[in-house]
Ligand binder design. Structure first.
Ligand SMILES: Cc1cc2nc3c(=O)[nH]c(=O)nc-3n(C[C@H](O)[C@H](O)[C@H](O)COP(=O)(O)O)c2cc1C
Length: 215
């Protein structure tokens, strides 16, 4: 079971003999989190710390999780990569084309799961959430204001809705209007898995319960 997990990024000979102070300081959070002394509270706080960093650091491995939703009247699981744009206490926000199939799926079944993997921390996080599509209001106006001058703006300006059949890949044209929406995720459960040479660790948190579980 243990050998089945990939551990490509770890040094085979353990810690290098000489580490600069800067490297040690960069590693210290991670090393601390991997000691058996880490408590559930510390790990939970570290998860949210990483998520908060992911929203502002485009190189963070948790910047682009997979978001799974319920499709086809509950007959199918759908999933796609998204960008985490905002993180506030217990909430994640992503931006999307308001006409995209995921929006319809969420309006029919407002539940989803984000999956994050960090090769640096060897952490997988699955965050179950209640999802809400936000199509208008101050937050949408504000987010569009920040997006409209970026190269990503064209993602929300196409004449055709995402998934529309095209004769040629170059047939997409800019439309007249903006199709921009937020998807707000109120996280209801976190499932954390850490891969470790000496053994894996896994824990879950909900509003009312938390605890270690068998990996
Ligand atoms: C790295 C990456 C980041 C993406 N970020 C987003 C995003 O933040 N929002 C979004 O709607 N689609 C994003 N996409 C595109 C989606 O993965 C997907 O192809 C598109 O939204 C249509 O999905 P749907 O048919 O499930 O609605 C991203 C794709 C990649 C590869």
């Amino acid at each position: 079971m243990r050998q089945s997990y990939a551990r490509k990024s770890q040094h085979s000979s353990g810690q290098p003999a000489h580490l600069s102070l800067r490297t040690l300081s960069a590693l210290s959070g991670r090393v601390l989190m991997q000691t058996p002394r880490s408590t559930l509270d510390e790990i939970y706080a570290a998860i949210w710390n990483e998520l908060t960093r992911a929203a502002v650091d485009r190189h963070h491995p948790w910047r682009t999780p997979v978001l799974a939703t319920i499709a086809n009247q509950g007959q199918l699981a759908d999933a796609r990569t998204v960008v985490v744009r905002e993180v506030t206490a217990g909430h994640l926000t992503i931006y999307t084309d308001a006409r995209s199939p995921k929006v319809t799926q969420i309006e029919e079944h407002p539940y989803g799961t984000f999956v994050f993997w960090s090769p640096q921390l060897h952490w997988q996080v699955r965050a179950e959430a209640h999802l809400t599509v936000v199509r208008g209001g101050e937050r949408v106006t504000q987010a569009w204001h920040q997006t409209q001058t970026s190269p990503q703006a064209r993602d929300y300006l196409a004449a055709q809705a995402p998934g529309t059949a095209l004769r040629e890949p170059t047939d997409a044209v800019m439309g007249e209007g903006v199709s921009f929406a937020l998807i707000d995720a109120a996280v209801t459960r976190i499932d954390w898995l850490e891969l470790g040479r000496a053994g894996h660790r896994r824990a879950t948190w909900t509003e009312n319960a938390r605890g270690w579980v068998q990996p």
